[in-house]
Design a protein around this ligand. Structure first.
Ligand SMILES: Nc1ncnc2c1ncn2[C@@H]1O[C@H](COP(=O)(O)OP(=O)(O)O)[C@@H](O)[C@H]1O
Ligand SMILES: [Mg+2]
Length: 378
């Protein structure tokens, strides 16, 4: 069993720099967990603490039933793969993958069997007798993974293993790692600052900020119900738009964005949002919550378009809400073929049923019942 548990783990570096603070996290046996966050938030520190490459300042770490807090890295039976991996340039792929096993004195026949099996899994069989220099970046990264796989560790700890690869290779390796996880069935903790990796690879995402956990959950769960503005901003690109407003109570509660600009609160959210009545709030609308088409419950608003990014499958439009002067620019995501021009005034329809409200002081969400995500039509 390779369930990994961190119980109130902190790491303070010499000189007082905070690595992570009070992290409690339970990674299930066989789970693919993604640690996500901006640079410096403590992702590598968390991974290195699990691996034993860093000592905890306080807290306990266990793997399966064993408390490993005081065990050396080699006694934890985990494999770590870093962004920059060093292959031995004079050795073949076969020798590189089997190197660690040879050092441990494993019999040659056993090494050969494990190397062949890992190579087959990684599509490296045709390259076993080549040297790293003639391999592509993706193939070299696979050799580094192969070295980890042959050790048959209880869990894999991957620290931004794809960030040195170009965009297309990264996409291929994302799919490959997911496939590998399925065939190996081992626990993986994967560190990244890339939201696409987080959304597409993990069973769950753990979002870190400044050494602390902000939210843990399944990717679509976190996307649909961000716990706070940081998570809402960080998890998608372009990020959620935030519009300062005041929630006015009454028979027909409304979000007042400016004098005379009152957007009716959807009846389904009225009760949950009611506790913020009379207070300033931050209205969060994702770019995909603005539509060209009107529909019941959508609020029409004019956008003065300032920039248009036509990506093909979608168009990202930047602009200013005409009725609310002084508001930061908004971004809306339109469908294929919907390409307005800069300078144009565009009528958008905001879907408030998908909106989130946040407390501007704490940045925490003001909870509401979850709304089923609309299924995108073709
Ligand atoms: N060896 C170290 N000595 C001092 N401070 C460190 C050390 N390693 C990391 N830190 C600090 O700990 C924080 C978290 O770093 P890190 O875990 O590397 O973040 P991430 O991997 O998310 O970019 C940062 O503020 C970083 O400067
Ligand atoms: Mg790092």
């Amino acid at each position: 069993m390779a369930r990994i548990t961190l119980d109130r783990v902190s790491r303070v570096y010499a000189g007082g720099a905070l690595g992570v603070q009070d992290i409690s996290l339970d990674v299930a046996d066989g789970e693919f967990l993604v640690l996500l966050g901006p640079s410096g938030c403590g992702k590598s520190t968390t991974l290195r603490l699990i691996a034993g490459l860093e000592e905890v300042t306080s807290g306990r770490i266990s793997i399966g039933d064993r408390d490993v807090t005081d065990l050396r890295p080699r006694d934890r039976n985990l494999a770590v793969v870093f962004q920059s991996y060093a292959l031995y340039p004079t050795m073949t792929v076969r020798a590189n993958i089997g190197f660690g096993l040879r050092m441990r004195g494993m019999p040659a026949s056993e090494i050969a069997a494990r190397v062949d099996q890992a190579a087959a899994l990684l599509g490296l069989t045709p390259y076993l007798d080549r040297k790293p220099a003639v391999l592509s970046g993706g193939q070299r990264q696979r050799v580094a993974l192969g070295r980890a796989i042959v050790r048959e560790p209880e869990a894999f700890l991957l620290d931004e293993p794809l960030s040195n690869l170009d965009a297309q290779l990264r996409a291929e390796m994302r799919a490959e790692l997911v496939r590998l996880h399925r065939s190996l069935g081992r626990t993986i903790v994967h560190v990244t600052h890339d939201q696409v990796e987080a959304m597409t690879m993990g069973d769950r995402i753990c979002i870190l900020r400044a050494g602390r956990i902000e939210q843990v959950g399944a990717p679509l769960e976190v996307y649909a119900s961000p716990a706070n503005m940081f998570v809402a901003r960080f998890l998608a690109s372009p990020p959620m738009n935030f519009l300062p407003a005041r929630l006015e109570a009454g028979a027909a509660p409304a979000l007042v964005l400016a004098p005379g600009v009152a957007w009716p609160v959807p009846p389904a959210h009225a009760e949950a949002w009611g506790r913020a009545a009379g207070r300033p709030v931050m209205l969060g609308l994702r770019p995909e919550d603005f539509h060209l088409e009107p529909a019941p419950g959508r609020i029409a608003c004019a956008l003065a378009v300032t920039a248009v990014e036509a990506l093909g499958p979608e168009t990202i439009v930047t602009g200013d809400l005409v009725a609310v002067p002084g508001l930061a620019s908004l971004k809306a995501r339109l469908g294929r073929g919907q390409v307005p021009r800069p300078g144009e005034s565009l009528t958008l329809h905001a879907d408030l049923t998908a909106a989130h409200l946040f407390d501007p002081a704490t940045e925490a969400v003001i909870p509401r019942p979850s709304v089923p995500q609309p299924v995108r039509s073709a």
